[in-house]
Design a protein around this ligand. Structure first.
Ligand SMILES: [Cu+2]
Length: 323
């Protein structure tokens, strides 16, 4: 097959708009791709995981948030045995980096979870309990549809293994969620898992605990959140971050997180609203897709127009409204 210049440009766009993790960084040194990170088996590695309530044509590679792929990505467990186990001290940072030079160019939160393997993490499918060790959402007063998000335009997510984490082998699950289409119940989940052995740990009782699938539901506030039409507090997906120690049962995670977002985001600053031009545009106007929304592609039956930006072909199955 011959590639036109347009097709090559489209591939470059994919690399920046969609993404997957392939490597971890230790002491500033990038480790070989998929040495400690489980590799997914999906046909298009950078595709997101979406809710199964979406139209079938919008699901990528059959991966849904309601199925096993939300654990560590599609088919990742099959690579567990050949993926090595990284030894880390409790209190140290783990960091995952995106592959092929991609950056997070969807607005949305970054989240890190851990789950203890009953024995060797190489034979653990991630069906046990998960606790959250880190989350980041909105960081500053920038454009609420892009740069205001902490990890926007970055190519990594990092978190410190809590000092109180008991010794043992764990999966560390790194996730970025694009929320540019959450207003139509289509958040995009990008997930990968790192295999670690925690040493010099503590005697904490991690929690609150959740399961994957199960931690996220299509009816959750984050999955129905609009980044358009003004700045507002973002309801963080999943449970509260484990605070360390024995208080694994912190209550009302959503409320706690929302309150924190309000406290850190300059929600009522009038100048902020004035600098968000996209927000002023009615996204549902004439049924056209919002910025970053799908506006075409093979098998797509929705409106082929953009309320904001221009409709550009990302690949034969996916055209997207982009600036
Ligand atoms: Cu996307």
């Amino acid at each position: 097959m011959k590639f036109s210049t347009l097709a090559l440009a489209a591939v470059a766009q994919v690399a920046s708009a969609h993404y997957f993790f392939d490597t971890n960084i230790v002491g500033g040194v990038q480790q070989p791709a998929f040495k400690y990170v489980r590799q997914s088996s999906r046909a298009v590695k950078y595709n997101p995981i979406k809710f199964s309530s979406n139209p079938a044509a919008d699901i990528r590679d059959g991966s849904t948030v309601d199925g096993p792929d939300i654990v560590c990505n599609q088919g990742a467990f099959a690579s567990a045995g050949k993926t090595e186990v990284l030894t880390v001290n409790a209190g140290e940072e783990v960091r995952l980096k995106l592959a092929v030079g991609a950056k997070f160019q969807h607005p949305g939160p970054g989240l890190v979870y851990m789950s203890k393997a009953p024995g060797s993490v190489k034979s653990y499918d991630g069906s046990g309990d998960w606790f959250k060790i880190y989350e980041e959402g909105v960081c500053d007063g920038g454009d609420f549809t892009s740069t205001a998000w902490c990890d926007y335009d970055r190519d990594w997510i990092a978190a410190k293994i809590p000092k109180d984490t008991p010794n043992g082998e764990y999966l560390v699950r790194m996730e970025h969620i694009g929320v540019h289409r959450s207003h139509v119940n289509q958040p995009e989940h990008y997930v990968s898992c790192l295999q670690v052995k925690v040493q010099s740990g503590g005697n904490g009782t991690p929690g609150p605990m959740v399961k994957f699938p199960g931690a996220y539901k299509a009816t959750d506030p984050y999955a129905n959140f609009s980044i358009y039409n003004g700045r507002k507090a973002f309801p963080m997906p999943g449970p509260a971050v484990w605070a360390g120690g024995a208080n694994g049962g912190a209550s009302s995670p959503q409320a706690t997180t929302a309150a924190k977002e309000v406290a850190t985001a300059p929600a009522s600053k009038p100048t902020t609203l004035a600098t968000v031009p996209v927000a002023a545009k009615p996204t549902a106007q004439a049924g056209c897709a919002a910025l970053y929304g799908q506006c075409g592609g093979q098998g797509f039956s929705g409106a082929k127009c953009c309320a904001s930006g221009a409709c550009k072909a990302v690949n034969q199955w996916y055209s997207q409204c982009l600036n």
